[in-house]
Write a protein that binds this ligand. Sequence first.
Ligand code: 16G
Ligand code: ZN
Length: 533
Amino acid sequence: SLPVDAIKVASDKHPKPSDVRYQYGTAGFRTLGKLLDSVLFRVGILAALRSKRLDGKTIGVMVTASHNPEPDNGVKLVDPRGEMLEASWEAHATTLSNASTTDAFIEALETLVQTAKIDLSKPARVVYARDTRPSGPSLVNALEDGFKAIGAEARDAGVTTTPILHYFVRAINTKGTPYSYGEDSEEGYFTKLGQALKKLVAGRPPVSPLLIDCANGVGAIAAKTLAAHLGDTLPIVLENTAITTEGALNNACGADFVKTSQKLPPSLSNVLKPGQRACSLDGDADRLIYFYLDERGSFHMLDGDKIAGLVAAFIVEQVKIAGLEEQVKVGVVQTAYANGASTKYLQERLPVKCVPTGVKHLHHAAERYDVGVYFEANGHGTVLFSDDTQATLRDYQPSTPAQSRALENLVSLTELINQTVGDALSDMLLVETVLSHKSYTGVEWDSLYVDLPNRLVKVVVSDRNSFKTEDAERRLVSPPGLQSKIDGLVNRYQGGRSFVRPSGTEDVVRVYAEANIRTQADELAFRVAGLVY
Ligand code: 16G
Ligand code: ZN
């Protein structure tokens, strides 16, 4: 049975604030760090129960609020294969977090143990980490109180990136099996990535230094270690590495700033040279956006869609050269936010699927392909190689040197890519690999297709839950009548496309619009926003 007494004593030290309602959303729990103490304590217990339910497999817990402002924090659970928590447990997390008293919490736990058929005699194992936010240490203490109260075997992974924590979870759970994902240590992670990159670019000409905007977050620590592992293979210059400066995290820098403002972080204006490749990580290093300045000093952004285009085309090419076209089918997954020009570019080359926003939707859709490439426009994404495909690559007998090289490249890609979740550093090495193979500069990569001008605006409404969507969020079914008004507006704009959806992370409704020319995209966005308001 549950150690009710221990849980009671500990729970009383982490009371739920009476005026807050929590929700486990697209990115786990996320709000002001100072409101999360009770949530972290309860998540500690929930993670242990999830582990027991899965026969003692290790569950991950990541304390981060990603690209959000520094005072925010959050927490999310990672399932045994390194993936996002199974959807049905999101509701359990929400229920537990909202129990108003210790007694109500214990009651909710007992209900969960019964409905989810949890065998309490099973062991509970967890691994946890946090990003660099100032509220992190005390929230981790609350989490540890939860682990202790239920008697979980807990491993502290310290301060690290979200994707490294996902890697750890998979590595721990596959240790000693034929599917081993690598050493369950940071050293193991960096060695795996470094060796794969070296194989992929062996014999290719040296490249000029890549500038990395680390968002003044945990990515700065990881990127520094990575740079040391890469040596001359990839020269790296780190910027925005002030992880202890109060207020610096994600402030006017990082992947979300670059993507939403479509601007160079001001801190880089005297550093970045025209033509130099640069990229931004977000606050937990699971998003990546590239950019460069042209000869005239104008800013050009290469977002998640551009990364998908570059990477998918390269993989298709390598599969073809290897002579594996028939056995290995490559597909791409996007969301409605993908630029229309990217969708067109990709559809001319391979199957493309559109799914609702959120990593879990993209990840699951990508699992249906032999090789599934998924990227959100915001720079979050990865590539999944199915177990069958990995076996095909292992067993295949190439008949020419060219086939053999392409096969080796594909195998190295399975090592280079963090297949558990989007990983800015792993994705960055992937991009660098393709640029090296194609001898592309940023300009050449950028010219694969021309982005349609687009605008994203947010609208504060009285009840965002009254907005319901269908067709992968591209159409509204509620409020009634609104979609036909949007259609009416869209039809008046050349190349017009627009959609409205409730945010899963903020109390707002988002409006996206694109059109053939900038002023029209802006006008369409603001007129649709006017309908919503
Ligand atoms: C989170 C998600 C991201 C999604 C975004 C949508 C993860 C790691 N990230 O950042 O995939 O695009 O939320 O936010 O799950 P929204 O619903 O507020 O537009
Ligand atoms: Zn992130």
